[in-house]
Design a protein around this ligand. Structure first.
Ligand code: NAP
Ligand code: ZN
Length: 349
């Protein structure tokens, strides 16, 4: 067994606290990573606090993981000891269904996607994520990190990056398209960077006046502050696609008025409570409301390689294990600029 130290939550109402546990010895296809950095995703908080109603405790959160390969199984071919490697939101799936064969393992038709934490592995054991110093997983679900990227700032690409890259690619963000990004948080700031890099005219929507200048620096062609009234009317019917990256329940109806006929508002934000969509807001103009979850393993590698080529990483604030609660509270208040990253060196002995 790989004895591991980390931080776990034991219930929906208790904060993360030190916790010791084991990861499996590497099987023939497994690698063991010594984790160096892990991003803090808003999903960590939703799940730790059981806001999605599917929490399994004890829970060691963290699915934006980068580290160094410390052991490899006998049949591993993609990695060697000493390689830098990364792990995102999932560590396995059925591998046989149509979705898995299509490289969409996050949509496994058998519902057998095994998530990096808050999930059960094939033997029924709970999976534990990146708020800990090791992880064992199959090399098929392990990613290569381009050598030119800052490692701590790369960690958030493994969830915030792929979750926004994938729908922007799927709905064709690129030259000649006007794309809206709602919410300038961890996901939103990556969406903004990608949409800009893909060559789309990119408009950032934010409720925070303090983020307007940052949005321009991060690549927004226009920034629309949504905290006032009547902000939508001047932009009605002009958008090709809007990506909603907001973590809390909010009124989505105005965004449908902004879309061109036959266009889509896609949510990647996963608020605790159901989203309300007035039927008229989609019927008039034949508009669509869609969702998207992370991205497949091949597309995650494609995204990392794209980031290597275009020198794209996350804007991060480093934090430490003794400050997780404070960090989580700032995430909930939308105050992070723009992603917290835990340094595993602060875990202590
Ligand atoms: P985050 O860093 O907290 O960012 C969320 C942003 O939403 C905030 O910065 C804020 O932006 C805006 N916001 C917050 N409360 C709001 C409110 N009441 N009304 C309007 N806007 C509000 O969160 P994140 O880590 O980017 O995650 C965002 C959401 O995506 C979460 O629900 C998370 O669970 C989900 N997620 C989904 C996937 C997936 O696969 N679909 C993957 C990862 C995360 P402004 O200050 O600019 O308004
Ligand atoms: Zn995440």
């Amino acid at each position: 067994m790989i004895s591991t130290k980390g931080y776990a939550v034991q219930s929906a109402t208790t904060p993360p606290a030190p916790f010791s546990y084991d990861h499996r010895e590497p099987g023939p296809h497994d690698v063991v990573l010594d984790i160096q950095f892990c991003g803090i995703c808003h999903s960590d908080i939703h799940q730790a606090r059981n806001e999605w109603g599917n929490a399994l405790y004890p829970m060691v959160p963290g699915h934006e993981i980068v580290g160094t390969v410390s052991r490899v199984g006998t049949a591993v071919s993609k990695f060697q000891v000493g390689d830098v490697a990364a792990v995102g939101c999932m560590v396995d799936s059925c591998r046989e269904c149509a979705s898995c064969r299509a490289g969409q393992e996050q949509y496994c038709d058998r519902g057998a996607t095994i998530f990096t934490y808050n999930s059960q592995d094939k033997s029924g054991k709970l999976t534990f994520g990146g708020y800990g110093n090791h992880i064992t997983l199959d090399e098929k679900f392990t990613l290569h990190v381009p050598a030119n990227l800052d490692l701590a700032a790369t960690a958030p690409l493994l969830c915030a990056g792929i979750t926004t890259y994938s729908p922007l690619r799927h709905w064709g963000a690129g030259p000649g398209k006007k794309i809206g990004i709602v919410g300038l948080g961890g996901l939103g700031h990556m969406a903004l960077k990608f949409s800009h890099a893909f060559g789309a005219h990119t408009v950032q929507f934010t409720t925070s006046a303090s983020k307007v200048e940052d949005a321009k620096r991060l690549g927004a062609d226009e920034v629309i502050l949504t905290s006032g009234s009547d902000w939508a009317a001047p932009h009605a019917g002009t958008f090709d696609f809007i990506l909603d990256c907001v973590s809390a329940l909010h009124d989505v109806a105005p965004y449908f008025t902004l879309l061109k006929r036959d266009s889509t508002l896609c949510t990647v934000g996963l608020p605790e409570h159901p989203v309300e969509i007035p039927a008229f807001s989609v019927a008039i103009g034949r508009k669509s409301f869609a969702g998207s979850a992370i991205g497949g393993i091949a597309e995650t590698q494609e995204m990392l390689d794209f980031c290597g080529k275009h020198n794209i990483v996350s804007d991060i604030e480093m934090t430490s294990f003794d400050k997780i609660e404070e960090a989580w509270e700032r995430v909930v208040k939308g105050q992070v600029k723009y992603r917290f990253v835990l340094d595993l060196a602060t875990l202590g002995s």
